[in-house]
Design a protein. Structure first.
Length: 116
């Protein structure tokens, strides 16, 4: 059974930074892709960033240049990070980790609030 646990969310002022972590546990096929999605109140869940097993990254236009997705260096910890800089109020949402391997899995989400 694969489990994903997100952490690192919180309240931050506009222009601030947060780093989200997604830790995967269980039997995970090494050729996987991990994405971050977010869902704001009253809106649909949307793609934010993704990284594949070759560490190729992709970003939504709205976060390019501000967010960086990465994996832990040796991938032994099965952790993916989302560094979020220059945060804006419209980044406020619940952020979800999504793993795609032989099956797909979702985490429970972590709240990010950007407000002064």
């Amino acid at each position: 059974q694969v489990q994903l646990v997100e952490s690192g969310g919180g309240l931050v002022q506009p222009g601030g930074s947060l780093r989200l972590s997604c830790v995967a546990s269980g039997s995970i096929y090494r050729l996987n892709t991990v994405d971050w999605y977010r869902q704001a109140p009253g809106k649909e869940r949307e793609f934010v960033a993704g990284i594949d097993h070759n560490n190729r990254a992709d970003y939504a236009d709205s976060v390019k240049g501000r967010f960086t997705i990465s994996r832990d260096r040796d991938n032994a910890k099965n952790t993916v990070y989302l560094q979020m800089d220059n945060l804006e109020p419209q980044d406020t949402a619940v952020y979800y980790c999504h793993l795609i391997s032989t099956e797909t899995y979702w985490g429970q989400g972590t709240q990010v609030t950007v407000s002064s």
